[in-house]
Write a protein that binds this ligand. Structure first.
Ligand SMILES: *Cc1c(COP(=O)(O)O)cnc(C)c1O
Length: 376
């Protein structure tokens, strides 16, 4: 009997750094500085340095980060925010909660991300912002996104929850970490993300001093100093224990992303040129940190492939089975019957297989052969 296979192996990952992590957590416990404090300040500084961005403001989770970003850019009810229809719900949810209108657009069928052209086609006189999502660990084409945003005077809030550590290469010759290119970048430290803590956590990044000050206030009850509330805010904080864990894991982030990419390379080799399997597309303008390794297979085979894998004790996931605009909560924002071609195709054909930081050749071969054996 082999060891159980997981989509991510957080136990093994922890074991490599157990001593350091245990000590850091105990130090926080002994300090009694549980909320904010020196661990959180140090983590924000270290992440800012890693990303080469001026400001990092931590918060309670990635969804809050998106909400705080959209509160900080000063939109009004009814303003439209363009988002991909093939993404996690958080992106759309916060837009609706703030009484803005999520305008869901199709994505490129190869990259799974938005394009400048698709954004441009959705712009109206109410459009105020774009939230590109760097899906599965690879950057959206930010040169195109920023060009459209500049042309129409729109804010860009990057949803970087799946791509922390990825590098975007601009046509200008400059490179930058994803999440530092638009006005604000948002990320999540949910345990299974590429940089995950031991609970919930999130952060916003920006190079804009004014936005940074506003974000800090909003995340802390809108206060400029204690008990003086200038803005409508929220209570969204990163715990010191999470910051202590993240400070240690941040030192390993490049290694973690490298291990995921190595696993992906190995899968790519195994599935190379297969008549029924499309491997993840690699763009030349971004590194890929493989938050997910997502294949496309014929829709008629997808669910039976999942069952075949399950019988071999290989887990798989469907990210995402339903286009956002077909989710019950989002139909009010949608014209009944309208469908977006690539989103529909992807929801019917994608399947994500395990990719994480603790995979050896034997495990990769077992999973790869498991997929191949379905097709005979
Ligand atoms: C995980 C994720 C979020 C939300 O992060 P939480 O910390 O779970 O709130 C938002 N957007 C995307 C694309 C995500 O993958």
């Amino acid at each position: 009997m082999q060891e159980p296979i997981h989509m991510v192996d957080l136990v093994k990952q922890y074991q490599h750094i157990q001593k350091e992590i245990d000590e850091a957590i105990l130090n926080v416990v002994r300090s009694s500085r549980y909320i904010k404090g020196p661990q959180v300040d140090a983590f924000e500084d270290e992440l800012a340095q890693y990303l080469d961005v001026k400001h990092v403001i931590s918060c309670a989770n990635g969804t809050d980060a998106l909400q705080i970003a959209l509160m900080a850019i000063g939109l009004k009810p009814g303003d439209e925010v363009i988002i991909p229809s093939f993404t996690y719900v958080a992106t759309a949810e916060v837009i609706g909660l703030l009484q803005f209108v999520p305008v869901m657009i199709d994505v490129d069928k190869d990259t799974f991300n938005v394009t400048g052209e698709l954004i441009e086609a959705a712009i109206t006189d109410k459009t105020r912002a774009i939230v590109p999502v760097h899906l599965f660990g690879q950057s959206a084409p930010m040169d195109e996104v920023m060009a459209v945003a500049r042309k129409h005077d729109l804010f860009v809030v990057e949803d970087n929850a799946q791509a922390i550590g990825a590098t975007y290469h601009s046509d200008s010759g400059k490179s930058a970490k994803t999440g530092t290119i638009g006005d604000i970048g948002c990320t999540s430290f949910f345990p299974s993300k590429n940089l995950g803590c031991f609970g919930d956590g999130g952060a916003l990044f920006t190079n804009d001093d004014v936005l940074a000050a506003k974000i800090r206030m909003i995340a802390n009850h809108g206060q400029s100093r204690q008990y003086y509330h200038d803005l409508l805010g929220v209570n969204s904080r990163l715990d010191a224990i999470q910051a202590a864990v993240l400070r240690i894991k941040l030192k390993h982030l490049d290694h973690y992303c490298g291990m995921r990419a190595r696993a992906a390379d190995s899968y790519d080799d195994m599935f190379y040129d297969h008549r029924h399997i499309i491997t993840p597309y690699r763009v030349d303008y971004s590194t890929h940190v493989f938050h997910q390794y997502t294949l496309q297979v014929p829709p008629a085979d997808r669910d039976s492939l999942r069952e075949h894998l399950a019988a071999l004790d290989i887990p798989s996931m469907i990210y995402y089975p339903v286009p956002l605009y077909k989710q019950k909560a989002y139909t009010p924002y949608w014209e009944a019957g309208k469908e977006l071609e690539n989103t529909e195709t992807l929801c019917a054909s994608v399947i994500s297989i395990p990719v994480h930081t603790e995979m050896n050749k034997k495990l990769l071969d077992y999973i790869g052969e498991g997929v191949l054996s379905y097709f005979g």
